[in-house]
Design a protein around this ligand. Structure first.
Ligand code: HEM
Length: 498
């Protein structure tokens, strides 16, 4: 065979196509090697994603950091992702050079309402929506919503009393999920759901469908992360199944009703509508009435998505850690009783200046941050002491790896709320505490979440004592898989009335 016929033979064509596919699936893999940044060996197309699927994110991230150090290179498919728990790098990316890192990775969503959620919009649009929504979470506005939280917490006491008297043990995740759903229904959907976890409540049933779509349990969920361009076409149906429209419809009807009402509700929909409309006017009418309605609907829906499971999981983890650490639980109870000498009820005023409950929740969030990873995508190249971060590269901080680093947290496996005492010698540096992320794009609902968790915890610990039963694990275990919020398993604790 002469050279020309070999060049145009079917074998050459097959080999060229095979080479092209191999090249395409590995073309970025020199990125970290060229900079002498260590990291696990990636596989074509898959990158390093497969490893995480077989374990859960907390275990996986701690293991990787132990093996490769504070900063290492990782590939989501072919996308380079710089993992770091280095305090200086974190500060630079999340705070100092925020202009280079305004967004998370692109998560293109086209459907009406979903496309306006603050967590996925980018650049100037994000800046506008974030500025317009931030006033909703000031102390004054939270104080108004706090009354609704208190009512929900009081209803939870009635439910827990029945459980304590009849069963003596509590499926913590299920009951706290019912509570946080009750709060969200009141504060973000203008509804009162009285069932607190009863199986046939449609709000709860739909929420369960939305929060555990079958795709999340299958390794197929990794495919869009391996082929980010594909994410653009499939993310709508993978991440926002039909059941979401139950909530969108409630919100759209509610917003229409509110246009014809002069009553005051003090809930998220009302306060957000005022705040977003005012912002729009202040910048020369960026949004018309229809835009404002869509933005409000999107943020209310996001309130459910971002605020339900995170808060329920943290309360579950709190019950578990208090059951396993009776001396902390007793101290918290005594502090609550001391507060009661001045305040008759658990409410906004009582928890306003209550350091010990803050320390307990901080320590729960340190040990079990419900959102295990926080990321930023670089939009303008930048260089830190020889680490070059090109446009498009993602920087990720693993909250678990960070929160268990002995350099930052001595004796990290010990549940020790006192480490947060300002007088403590081991008081952590605020830059290494990231349950709510960091910088201008941190969790906008943080103050609301803290209010809700403090009120719930004080109300419950005042009335009940948690203790371990045979189902209570020695250490909290989390579900395997690629989950955005880590899911505690076997979170059953004993409960008795005080
Ligand atoms: C324990 C409860 C919660 C935890 C641990 C939590 C954690 C987080 C984290 C880690 C982020 C990413 C921050 C970053 O990238 O720097 C985030 C973003 C966000 N959270 Fe939360 N969150 C909680 C509750 C809530 C609640 C109750 C709401 C709503 C009222 C909420 C709304 C949001 C929104 C809208 C974003 C996106 C912010 C943006 O992109 O500008 N979160 N949250």
């Amino acid at each position: 065979m002469d050279v020309l016929s070999l060049l145009f033979s079917p074998l050459t064509a097959i080999l060229s196509v095979a080479y092209f596919f191999y090249w395409y699936g590995t073309s970025t893999f020199d990125y970290f090697k060229a900079q002498n940044i260590a990291g696990p060996k990636p596989l074509p197309y898959v990158g390093n994603l497969w490893g995480v699927w077989r374990e859960n994110i907390p275990k996986f991230d701690k293991k990787m950091t132990k093996k490769y150090g504070k900063t290492f290179g990782y590939f989501d498919g072919t996308l380079p992702n710089l993992y770091t728990t280095d305090i200086n790098l974190i500060k630079s990316v999340f705070v100092k050079d925020f202009d280079h890192f305004v967004n998370r990775r692109t998560f293109s969503v086209k459907r009406k309402v979903f496309r306006k959620m603050m967590s996925i919009i980018q650049n100037q649009e994000w800046k506008n929506v974030r500025s317009s929504v931030t006033p909703v979470f000031t102390t004054g506005k939270i104080k108004l919503m706090s009354k609704m939280i208190t009512e929900c917490a009081n209803r939870l006491v009635i439910k827990f009393k029945t459980i304590a008297d009849s069963q003596g043990k509590l499926d913590a995740k299920m009951q706290f999920s019912a509570f946080t759903m009750d709060v969200i229904a009141r504060c973000a959907f203008g509804m009162t759901i009285n069932s607190l976890g009863e199986k046939d409540d449609p709000f709860m049933t739909k929420a369960k469908a939305v929060f555990s779509p079958p795709a999340n349990k299958s390794p197929l969920i990794l495919i869009p992360f391996m082929f980010p361009k594909m994410l653009t076409y499939v993310s709508d149906s993978i991440f926002f199944p039909k059941d979401f429209y139950f909530f969108v419809n409630i919100l759209e009807d509610l917003i229409k009703q509110r246009h014809h009402s002069t009553d005051k509700y003090n809930d998220f929909v009302e306060v957000a509508t005022e705040s977003i409309s005012e912002y729009s006017k202040s910048v020369g009418g960026t949004w018309n009435r229809e835009d404002v309605d869509e933005i409000v609907t999107a943020q209310s829906l996001l309130f459910l998505l971002a605020g339900f499971d995170t808060t329920a999981t943290t309360l579950t983890n709190s019950a578990f850690l208090l059951a396993r650490n009776p001396e902390v639980q007793e101290k918290l109870y005594q502090e609550i009783m001391r507060k009661h000498e001045k305040f008759e009820d658990v409410n906004h005023e009582m928890i306003l200046d209550f350091p010990y409950v803050d320390h307990v929740i901080h320590e729960v969030l340190r040990m079990y941050p419900p959102v295990p990873r926080v990321e930023r995508a670089c939009n303008k190249e930048v260089n830190y002491d020889g680490v070059q971060i090109k446009k498009g590269v993602v920087v990720t901080v693993s909250a678990f790896a960070l929160h268990y680093d002995e350099e930052y947290y001595p004796d990290p496996y010990r549940f020790n709320p006192d480490r947060w005492d300002p007088e403590s010698e081991i008081k952590p540096n605020p830059n290494v505490f990231m349950p709510f992320g960091m910088g201008p794009r941190n969790c906008v609902g943080m103050r609301f979440a803290m209010e809700e968790m403090k009120i719930a915890l004080c109300t419950i610990v005042k009335h009940f004592r948690f203790f371990p039963v045979k189902e209570t694990p020695e250490e909290m275990q989390f579900e395997d898989g690629f989950l955005g919020v880590v899911q505690p398993i076997h979170a059953t604790v004993g409960i008795e009335t005080r």
